[in-house]
Write a protein that binds this ligand. Structure first.
Ligand code: HEM
Length: 489
C-alpha cells in the first residue's frame, strides 16, 4: 500500500464546530472514577457521528470497487450517433467505473460465483452518460416486474438468513428465460479471477441517433486487454476465505503500480429497419445478437488510471443511472431497461439523498448542471440567490427543444403484454448454442458446478424442473446434468 496521505491540515484536533479538543483519550467524568458528564460535548458528538457513519447499502451490487479513467475514441462513429463525446477519433473523456458483485452484502467476499457489475460514468461535455452494465451480455429475466422476485432468490432467505439453493433453483426452474444466463453463470466465466480480467457489456440494446435523425440500435462490449482469467469453484472458495477483498485489492494495487487496466470498446450496430424482422427480438435481454449477424465494431479504448482517494465518498456514494443519457443516445423499448430507468434514481434518492448529484464523483465534470431544483437535505447553496423558477425574465437557463433521442413508433392497445417473440425466439436456443460451443473440459466443469448447486435443493420436483430447462436447451446437457445431480443426491 502506498504511504498514507495527510489531508487534515495544520493545527490541533477540533470538534466539528472547530473548537480545540483538550483530551481525546479520556472522557470527562464527575471526579476520578465517577460517571461521565453530558457536558463532554466532544465525546457525545464523536459517538453520535460514529452511529451515523453508514448509509443504506445498495439493495443489489452492494459490494464493489471503483477507479477513474479515460475513454478514447478510436473510430469514426458519427454516421450512427451525434453524441459529442464520440464525435472524433482521438477524443478523450474522463470516466469513473465501479465494479461489483450482485448478491453479496457490503462486506461479502469478492471471489464468488455471481455476475459482476460494470457501471461506467462518462463525464461528457453534454453531462454525464452512465452505462450501467454487467460482465455478462445477457440477464436472467426480460421484464423489470420480475426483478425484485429474482433478487429475493439470490439474497438471504427470510427464515434461514442464508442464500438458499431451493430459492434460486425454484425461481430459475419456473422462469425458463433464465436458462441462457444461468448456463453462462455456472460456466468458466462465472467467477472472474479479478475485475481486470473480465469483459464488460452494456447488455441492453440502446438507441443511437445521428445528425440526420436516423436511429440505430446498439449493444456495447468492453473486451479486456488483460485477457480473460477465471477461477474454478475450488480456487474461488479458497480465495474468498483467505482474501475476501481479492478483486478490490487487485484493482487498486495494479493502478498503484502503474499497470493501468484497459478494455477495447466495441459496438454491434443494427439499423432501425432491421429490428422488426430480425430472427430474435433485438430488445430481449436474455438474448445476444450473434456476431455473424452484427459483427462488433471497435470504437474506443477505456483505461483506468486513478484510484479514488476516499472509498466512502467516491465509491459508496457514487451513483449510476441507466436514465443518464446525452444527446445522440437513448433508451430502447427493452422492458427491463424501461424499469431500470425508474429504479436507479429512486434508489439514489433513498440511499444517498436528494442532492446525491452534487457530490464530486457524481456531478458533471465537463459540463455544468443548470436546474431550478433547490434545497433539500444537505443542499450546499450552490445556486446562491438566482431565480428558482422557469420561465423567467432574468436570463436563466431554458429548454433546448431538442430531444436527446428520436421518437419510436408504437402500435396496439395498452396491456400487460409479453415481449414479442420473433421467428427464432425461445428460451432455450441460445443456452443450447452456448453449451455446444464449449470444449469438452468446459462442459464438464459447467455440469459439475450446476450439479453441486442443484444437489443442494431439498425438493425433487424443484431440482427436476431446473434440470429440464437445460435438457430443453440441449439433450446431452440435460442428460449429463441429470446423472451428475443423481450421483450427488
Ligand atoms: C429491471 C431490472 C433491474 C432493476 C430494477 C435494478 C435495480 C438496481 C438498483 C436499485 C441498484 C442499486 C442502485 C444504487 O443504490 O445506487 C442496482 C445496481 C446495479 N445494477 Fe441493477 N437493476 C436491474 C437490472 C440490472 C441489469 C440488467 C444490469 C446489467 C446489465 C444491472 C446492473 C447494475 C449495476 C452494475 C449496479 C451497481 C451500480 C453501481 O456500481 O453503483 N442491473 N440495480
Amino acid at each position: 500500500m502506498r504511504e498514507a496521505t495527510v489531508t487534515q491540515g495544520q493545527g490541533p484536533l477540533t470538534t466539528e464546530a472547530g473548537a480545540p479538543v483538550a483530551d481525546n483519550q479520556n472522557s470527562e467524568s464527575a471526579g476520578v472514577g465517577g460517571p461521565v458528564l453530558v457536558q463532554d460535548q466532544s465525546l457525545l458528538e464523536k459517538l453520535a457521528h460514529f452511529n451515523r457513519e453508514r448509509i443504506p447499502e445498495r439493495v443489489v451490487h452492494a459490494r464493489g470497487a471503483g477507479a477513474y479513467g479515460t475513454f478514447t475514441v478510436t473510430a469514426d462513429v458519427s454516421r450512427w450517433t451525434r453524441a459529442r463525446f464520440l464525435s472524433e477519433v482521438g477524443k478523450r473523456t474522463e470516466t469513473f467505473l465501479r465494479f461489483s458483485t450482485v448478491a453479496g452484502n457490503l462486506g461479502a467476499p469478492d471471489a464468488v460465483r455471481d455476475p459482476r457489475g460494470f457501471a461506467l460514468k462518462f463525464y461528457t461535455e453534454d453531462g454525464n452518460y452512465d452505462l450501467v452494465g454487467n460482465n455478462t451480455p445477457v440477464f436472467f429475466v426480460r421484464d423489470a416486474i420480475k426483478f425484485p422476485d429474482f433478487i429475493h432468490t439470490q439474497k438471504r432467505d427470510p427464515y434461514t438468513g442464508s442464500q438458499e439453493p431451493d430459492n434460486a433453483w425454484d425461481f430459475w426452474g419456473l422462469s425458463s428465460e433464465s436458462t441462457h444466463q444461468v448456463t453462462w453463470l455456472f460456466g468458466d466465466r462465472g467467477i472472474p479471477a479479478s475485475y481486470r480480467h473480465m469483459n464488460g457489456y452494456g447488455s441492453h440494446t440502446y438507441q443511437w441517433n445521428n445528425a440526420a435523425g436516423e436511429i440505430f440500435w446498439v449493444k456495447y462490449h468492453f473486451k479486456t486487454d488483460q485477457g480473460i482469467r477465471t477461477l474454478t469453484a475450488e480456487e474461488a472458495a479458497r480465495l474468498a476465505g483467505a482474501d475476501p477483498d481479492s478483486h478490490q485489492r487487485d484493482l487498486r494495487e495494479a493502478i498503484e503500480r502503474g499497470e493501468y487496466p484497459s478494455w477495447t470498446v466495441q459496438a454491434q450496430i443494427m439499423p432501425a429497419a432491421d429490428a422488426e424482422n430480425y430472427r430474435f427480438n433485438p430488445f430481449d435481454l436474455t438474448k445476444v445478437w450473434p456476431h455473424e449477424d452484427y459483427p462488433p465494431i471497435e470504437i474506443g479504448k477505456l483505461e483506468l488510471n486513478r484510484n479514488p482517494e476516499n472509498i466512502f465518498a467516491e465509491v459508496e456514494q457514487s451513483i449510476f443511472s441507466p436514465a443518464h443519457f446525452v444527446p445522440g443516445i437513448g433508451p430502447s423499448p427493452d422492458k427491463m431497461l424501461q424499469g431500470r430507468l425508474f429504479a436507479y434514481g429512486d434508489a439514489h434518492r433513498y440511499r444517498v439523498g436528494i442532492n446525491a448529484d452534487h457530490l464530486p464523483v457524481n456531478r458533471p465534470h465537463a459540463a455544468e448542471a443548470r436546474t431550478y431544483s433547490r434545497d433539500g437535505l444537505l443542499y450546499d447553496g450552490r445556486h446562491g440567490g438566482t431565480k428558482n423558477y422557469e420561465p423567467n425574465s432574468f436570463g436563466g437557463p431554458a429548454q433546448t427543444g431538442q430531444p436527446l433521442w428520436q421518437p419510436t413508433g408504437v402500435s396496439g392497445a395498452t396491456g400487460h403484454h409479453e415481449a414479442p417473440a420473433h421467428a427464432e425466439d425461445d428460451d432455450f436456443v441460445q443456452a443450447g448454442n452456448l453449451y455446444r460451443l464449449m470444449p469438452e473440459d468446459a462442459k464438464e466443469r459447467l455440469i459439475a458446478n450446476l450439479a453441486d448447486s442443484i444437489a443442494g435443493v431439498s425438493r425433487d420436483d424443484i431440482a427436476q424442473r431446473a434440470i429440464d430447462n437445460f435438457r430443453k436447451a440441449d439433450e446431452d446437457f440435460g442428460k449429463r446434468l441429470d446423472e451428475a445431480v443423481r450421483a450427488r443426491r
